[in-house]
Structure formats: structure tokens, C-alpha cells
Design a protein around this ligand. Structure first.
Ligand SMILES: Cc1ncc(COP(=O)(O)O)c(C=O)c1O
Length: 498
């Protein structure tokens, strides 16, 4: 049974000058709240002492009102635990027509919304995002998360509530946490930064939003990867930018093509370590080309380094920001892949001269990030748990990835091509271009198999069809069965068109 909020009082407007006595007003206030279903059966009622204090009246009218409500069966008292709205309500309540909660009239008069908000298509939950397991994208190995350590750190920091940490804080986040993140990024990602340049945010999404607010204007042209990350597209669309889809090939974003399409674009959004969704790594020459373009045109590069901790069998690759000698790169990272997406913690590395601007905008958005997770994560990183967790999950995901690649090859042979298998917690398979991916994803979702179609990652006409397969949350032993199920769903199409 759903738990009901306890001990909260309904709004009872008391008029001390009215002829109607206070006990009657309180009685009628409760009765009305019950009849209109604002209070529900089983909900706890505050004690007369607490409510007298809250309403600023003596206990006498409350004792009178409560005893009448008890006598009429609206309330019931349970020895030792208090007074509750009765579970078996009086007949007249049960028989009262169940009026739908009074709804505001939403169909009359002008109801303007911003033209910005209208730039976005409505958000619709698509069938392939409705479940978890094989092969949902963006999911991680929750069962391998170090729950005991995490709970211990949460308990430690919940006990230690200092005035300093309880109140308003630096818009960039806690200094100790920024220091830990800066050290991690300098060491593991060759990012050039100190803690002054770090801003803690609620995931990459907030980092992108903040960057767009600071750097871009309505009408600014922005290169985005084609195919690319749909949530980055949404942020830039909301900012009123003109999106310029630039093709991605085996070396990453095609800079020369970008320059032909819009040489003076204000910014480029890229995922150079592991292009989303094709999984390619941007080559060294493309990185230099991109940095040169940004410097020569006075443009910005937003580097989304969302899952670079996971690379398999290939040498780690440093961040693009680390190569940049002109402070043109805004670096974005997240704990959504290394820890949990629901933590909603990420970070941004700002060029030193933009720190003040980012801080001013952040204060206008949500002031500063919430404290407890930052304190926990600081210890989690500094005590070595983060490094250990990454090493462990890297082995785990490497095993899952290998099994998935192997099973896909066995099951489909050349009918599906796997791409971008060297990094991350997803890989992409491409279908023969004549087979549309979306209807197959819809069919698979009916079988509780989550195949994210590739075509919606394109802004213009898709040149590839296929699926993005997340393997983060699929146990290695379950992968062969899941791939067989996938083959069953796809077989009529893949066999017919082969
Ligand atoms: C390209 C890309 N960037 C960022 C993220 C993570 O976003 P967030 O940190 O907002 O959870 C994802 C998640 O799947 C992603 O695919």
C-alpha cells in the first residue's frame, strides 16, 4: 500500500471575528477536506497540541472538533499512535459523488507560452526507453555499485552537518570536491585545469545548458555531429541556435565538411573520445584541425567526454581540451556512466577567462549544487573507491562487450555490422540501409527487448539504419540469450533482405 504523508494539516481558514465558533469552523474544515478527498483514508492527523500551536488557538476548540469528527466516524484514534482519517468512512462520505478534483479551466482566455519553449517537439516516451536490461542505453551495472561504501559515506556526511555546508555555497560547488575532480581530470584525462575552473552541475545536460546560455545567442550557428546525441540537440534548439549537422566518418567529425557548411559557426559540439552513437574516436589530425578552426574563427568547442573511462584493448586517449593551447574548449564530464545516472552529478571545465560569466549565469539558474552528494563523492574519490570502481567495472564491461560482439557475430554473421566497439557501455550495429530500424525497435519493445534505433540520431535524412545496444546492465551470462531473442525479432527482415 502506498504510504501517506503523515501529520500534515489541511488548509483551514479560521475567522476569529466570525459568528461561527472556532470548533465548528475546524470541524467543517476537516469534514470538507475529507469529502473533497484532500485528506485520504488512513492519513494521520496532527495532534491537537501541535495544531493548536500551528493555528494560534487554544486546544479547547480543537478537542471539541476532533471529538465530534471521531463520534461521526470521520476520524479514528489508534492507541499509542495518534488520530487518523477513518479507513471505513461514514456512509454519506462513501456515497458522496466522487467529484473529480476541481480542475482549473484550461480552455478559455489567452494562455501564452514562450516562443523558446515552442521550439522543442513535445517530449514523448518512446517504447524502447520503457524498460531496463538488454539492451537499454545509458544503463550501468547497478548490482556492482559499492553500496556499502556509499551508504557509509552518506551516513558520515549526513551526521556532519556544519553551518558552512548547510547554507549557501560557491556557485561552482564545494571547493574540496572541485579539487578532487580537477585532480582526477588532470591525471586520468590530461585536462588542463585547476579547481577554480571546475563547475559542478547536475549531469552533462546542465553543463550543456549552462554553456549554451553563456556562449550562444538565438540564431548562432552550431556544428553538431550527424548522427549525434539527441539531448544535446534539444539544449541547442531551446537556446534558439541554428543547428548545422556535420557528417561523422571513421575519423570523427568531418571538420572540412563543417567549414564548407558554416565556416564561422559560433561553436561545435563534439564527443571526440567515443562519438555518440557511432563510437569512433576522433583522430589526432582531426583534433588539430578542429582546434585550428576554432582558433582561426573565434569559435568555441564543447567537448562532451561522457564515457571515456571505458576503453578496451586500445591505448587511453587524452581529452581534446588537453591539446588545446588557446582555451577554446569547454570540457563536459559526468558520473552518469562511471557511477549512476540518477546521481545527477557532472562537471564542467571552463576556460579561466569565462569563469565569472559562468558563475553569474549559474547563480541565475539554480544558485549552486546540492551539498551531500558532493561531500560523499569527495571522500569516494580521495579514499580510492572511485579508481577501484572504475578498474572493476572496466573489466566487467570489457567482458560484456566481448561476449556481445562475439554473439552478434555468431548470430548475424555479416547481416549486422558492429561499429564503435572499442569504448563505452554501448555499441552500435548497422542494418542494411533498406531495412527501417524504428518499426523493428517497436516490435522488439513488445518482447521487452530494448533496441534503440539509430535513425532518430540523425537530424537530416538518415544515411544509416541500425541499433544502439547498451550492455552496461546486462549480465554477461544473459547476453547470448538476449542476442538470440534479438535475432528472432529481426530475422524476418534480415533474412528477407539478404
Ligand atoms: C553523448 C552523451 N553525453 C552525455 C551523457 C550523460 O548525460 P548526463 O550526464 O546528463 O546523464 C550521455 C548519456 O547517455 C550521452 O550519451
Amino acid at each position: 500500500m502506498r504510504k501517506i504523508a503523515s501529520g500534515l494539516a489541511p488548509v483551514i481558514p479560521l475567522d476569529r471575528n466570525a459568528k461561527k465558533p472556532l470548533h465548528r469552523q475546524i470541524y467543517e474544515g476537516y469534514r470538507k477536506a475529507i469529502l473533497e478527498r484532500h485528506l485520504r483514508a488512513g492519513q494521520q492527523i496532527p495532534s491537537t497540541r501541535a495544531l493548536a500551536l500551528e493555528l494560534g488557538v487554544s486546544r479547547i476548540p480543537l478537542l471539541n472538533a476532533y471529538s465530534q469528527l471521531l463520534a461521526e466516524g470521520f476520524f479514528e484514534s489508534r492507541a499509542g499512535s495518534g488520530t487518523f482519517v477513518a479507513n471505513l468512512l461514514p456512509d454519506r462520505v462513501v456515497r458522496a459523488p466522487t467529484r473529480p478534483a476541481a480542475r482549473a479551466n484550461m480552455h478559455s482566455g489567452r494562455r501564452p507560452v514562450s516562443s523558446r519553449a515552442q521550439l522543442l517537439p513535445p517530449f514523448k516516451a518512446v517504447p524502447w526507453t520503457r524498460g531496463s536490461g538488454a539492451f537499454s542505453v545509458g544503463q550501468v551495472a547497478v548490482d556492482h555499485f559499492p553500496v556499502d561504501t556509499w551508504s557509509r559515506l552518506i551516513a558520515r556526511h549526513s551526521r556532519r552537518l556544519h553551518a558552512r555546508s548547510a547554507h549557501f555555497n560557491d556557485p561552482r560547488g564545494d571547493r574540496a570536491f572541485r579539487q578532487a575532480v580537477a585532480e582526477y581530470l588532470r591525471t586520468a584525462r590530461a585536462v588542463k585545469c585547476d579547481e577554480q575552473q571546475i563547475m559542478i552541475v547536475s549531469g552533462s545536460q546542465e553543463a550543456l545548458d549552462l554553456s549554451a546560455r553563456v556562449l550562444l545567442d538565438p540564431g548562432s550557428q552550431v556544428w553538431i555531429e550527424e548522427p549525434g546525441y539527441w539531448l544535446a540537440r534539444r539544449v541547442l534548439t531551446l537556446a534558439g541556435c541554428e543547428l548545422v549537422p556535420v557528417p561523422v566518418d571513421r575519423d570523427g567529425l568531418d571538420v572540412a565538411a563543417g567549414m564548407k557548411l558554416s565556416r564561422t559557426a559560433r561553436a561545435a559540439y563534439v564527443t571526440p573520445s567515443h562519438q555518440f552513437p557511432l563510437g569512433v574516436t576522433m583522430s589526432a589530425s582531426r583534433r588539430l584541425q578542429l582546434l585550428n578552426w576554432a582558433q582561426s574563427c573565434g569559435s568555441w568547442i564543447i567537448e562532451d567526454d561522457y564515457d571515456s573511462e571505458y576503453r578496451y584493448g586500445v591505448t587511453p586517449i587524452a581529452s581534446l581540451q588537453g591539446l588545446d593551447t588557446n582555451a577554446r574548449v569547454i570540457y563536459v564530464g559526468t558520473f552518469s556512466k562511471t557511477l549512476l545516472p540518477s546521481l545527477r552529478v557532472g562537471y564542467l571545465v571552463m576556460p579561466a577567462d569565462l569563469v565569472d560569466r559562468f558563475m553569474a549565469v549559474r547563480v541565475a539558474m539554480d544558485i549552486f549544487p546540492s551539498h551531500v552528494n558532493q561531500a560523499v563523492l569527495t571522500d569516494f574519490i580521495n579514499d580510492g573507491h572511485f579508481g577501484r570502481h572504475i578498474r572493476r567495472t572496466r573489466l566487467l564491461y570489457a567482458e560484456r562487450r566481448e561476449r556481445l560482439v562475439h554473439c552478434l557475430h555468431n548470430e548475424f554473421d555479416s547481416r549486422l555490422e558492429s561499429v564503435g566497439t572499442e569504448a563505452g557501455v554501448h555499441l552500435t550495429v548497422t542494418l542494411p540501409p533498406v531495412i527501417p530500424d524504428r518499426p523493428l525497435s517497436e516490435r522488439a519493445a513488445l518482447e521487452k527487448l530494448w533496441l534503440w534505433p539509430l535513425s532518430p540520431c540523425y537530424m537530416s535524412e538518415p544515411s544509416r539504419q541500425g541499433f544502439i545496444l547498451g550492455f552496461g546492465s546486462v549480465a554477461t551470462a544473459e547476453i547470448p540469450k538476449a542476442v538470440r531473442r534479438m535475432a528472432m525479432v529481426l530475422r524476418p527482415e534480415t533474412d528477407a533482405r539478404n
